[in-house]
Design a protein around this ligand. Sequence first.
Ligand code: GAR
Length: 194
Amino acid sequence: MLNIAIFASGGGSNAEAIIRYLKDHANLSVKLIVSNRKNAGVLDRAANHGIQTLLINRDGFYEKKDLTPRLAEHKIDLIVLAGFLWLIPKYLIKDFPNRVINIHPALLPKYGGKGMYGHHVHQAVFNNKEKESGLTVHYVNEHYDEGNIILQARCPLTPTDQPEDIARKVLSLEHQVYPVAVEMVGRFMKDGLI
Ligand code: GAR
């Protein structure tokens, strides 16, 4: 069994989609939800599914670097970021080589980088009158949104789509695609392909 930790800072609708999709999966298990916000909705979702949670703070995450042993206690093999807004520190990437993946709500390399998250992304896509948007699942390196791309999925936009409409379209696509992408990465890990 490969154990997954989902890191999330917010509502956690993607985390929920992944948890539901992988429930009773033969090879993959969502073992832990990690959050940096004590009021994050994702923590309630974890509780509803009986999944353990870990609340982290900046000092432990960036200075004491105490997350690796805590993840080891849960035998975590793969870290899945789902709306996690802190930059992943170097030591964690080194300890989990090609084992940290993220979803970004746009077609990278456009609309990525520091400060480009959530509604900021969709507003920028709207401002540029893009005809399509979508999502990118990628490996995480020490820079925001710059790791190698695993897959992208796109959705058409109409001239009347407002930023909220774009957000809704992309989020719905995320719920459809991210769980399957996580499963694919898990399968390739198990088969020793990545
Ligand atoms: C998702 O749209 C995700 O792609 C985005 O935050 C949202 C989290 O929603 N992530 C980023 O913008 C990272 N740069 P959720 O909490 O409902 O899953």
